[in-house]
Design a protein around this ligand. Structure first.
Ligand SMILES: [Fe+2]
Length: 377
């Protein structure tokens, strides 16, 4: 199917002819616009045309909006999806977040708002592709993973520094672009492991809820968001043989897995991120009672961002499926958090997080009731 080159391709997916056609008429002067009335037709079309942005109605007969979104993500990791819905419930939104959406817009449309949102989505996709291209080059240059405990993956070797023209071009000095970079880096790594897909995004989502409840200034919130995306980035230097091992971990397995915090810092050093972001990442496995790693910090010695990420990370790990275990139910995960409040976790932050979860209870999917054998690593 032919499209006008250099003009962004937009796909509208909506079963209702009114909103579908009005959106098509709004966007037609600016973009190559295609429209379909079902998730099935959308899935057919995205296999023929590379789209920049898809606007997706969540409530459709046949294949639902969420199932369409899952299929879109399977076929195209890079397309920006904007949910357009007249019935945007929080439950649908949270479910959609799991599969990566750019933004939401309610019906009826506000014309300047949707045009501005689509323009931002196009810019975001271009930046993401640029960063992804850079990362691909970078990871292609990494030596193969070494599983041994003393393996010292030299994450500095071969990396192009921040002064490389490609970095300057991507504008990573800007904090907003830095957050985008963090997201793309996390997605690129998580794509390789279906068990962690979306993990960092959900950690960021939960962490930001806690940050908002604490009324943290936007700079602090932004740094915690960036650290949430990057908290486990060092696992790229640890073999999946250890990360996804079934059964009991030996002391040697633990020693290897625990190296991921150090490896994260090594990997990120050339990016010259703020010391706060680095400390949040380095210390997200410290325990409130001082028994964690790597620095055995205790209480408020542990940076606030690290204490927040520790809770979000554990909650999402417990409620997500892993290669070695089934997920905990929402209630069981909350009980685990409570059980470890004051020991592993900051008790004040636990009570804030449990309040947030309580308010959102009706929108969290109740998962099955099987027990897990460990909290998270
Ligand atoms: Fe971790």
């Amino acid at each position: 199917m032919e499209t006008k080159s250099n003009i962004p391709n937009i796909l509208i997916v909506d079963d209702e002819i009114g909103p579908r056609e009005s959106l098509r008429m709004i966007l037609k002067p600016y973009y190559n616009v295609f429209s379909v009335e079902s998730g099935y037709a959308a899935n057919q079309m995205i296999q023929q045309i590379e789209f920049d942005v898809i606007t997706l109605d969540l409530k459709m007969p046949g294949i639902s909006g969420i199932d369409t979104l899952k299929e879109i993500r399977r076929i195209d990791q890079d397309v920006m999806v904007i949910i357009v819905t007249g019935y945007g419930t929080l439950q649908s939104a949270i479910e959609a977040i799991r599969y990566g959406v750019f933004d939401y817009i309610p019906k009826p449309f506000n014309v300047p708002e949707i045009i501005s949102m689509i323009d931002k989505a196009i810019q975001r996709r271009r930046l993401n592709l640029k960063i992804k291209g850079f990362l691909k080059n970078y990871f292609d240059q990494l030596p193969p993973k070494e599983p041994a405990i003393d393996s010292n993956i030299s994450l500095h070797n071969g990396i192009k520094g921040v002064n490389d023209p490609q970095w300057d071009d991507a504008g990573l000095s800007d904090s907003r672009n830095c957050l985008e970079f963090a997201k793309v880096l996390a997605y690129t790594l998580e794509e390789k492991d279906p068990y962690t897909s979306g993990h960092s995004e959900r950690v960021c989502y939960y962490s930001d809820f806690i940050s908002k409840r604490l009324s943290l200034p936007s700079k602090d919130r932004n740094e915690i968001q960036i650290a949430s995306y990057l908290h486990d980035i060092g696992k790229v230097g640890i073999s999946n043989r250890f990360i996804n091992k079934k059964g009991t971990l030996t002391p040697t397995d633990w020693a290897i897995i625990k190296q991921h915090t150090k490896k994260s810092i090594e990997l990120l050093a050339p990016l010259k991120l703020s010391p706060n972001i680095i400390s949040f990442i380095q210390n997200h496995h410290e325990h409130f009672d001082g028994t964690g790693y790597p620095d055995r910090l205790a209480g408020e010695q542990i940076p606030l961002g690290a204490r927040i990420i520790a809770i979000s990370d554990s909650y999402d790990s417990m409620t997500s499926e892993r290669a070695y275990r089934k997920p905990l139910s929402n209630g069981e995960a909350k009980n685990e958090l409570l059980k470890h409040s004051g020991k592993q976790f900051d008790p004040n932050l636990i009570s804030i997080f449990l309040d947030v979860l309580r308010e959102m209870d009706e929108v969290f999917l109740v998962k099955n009731n099987q027990k897990v054998i460990s909290i998270s690593y």
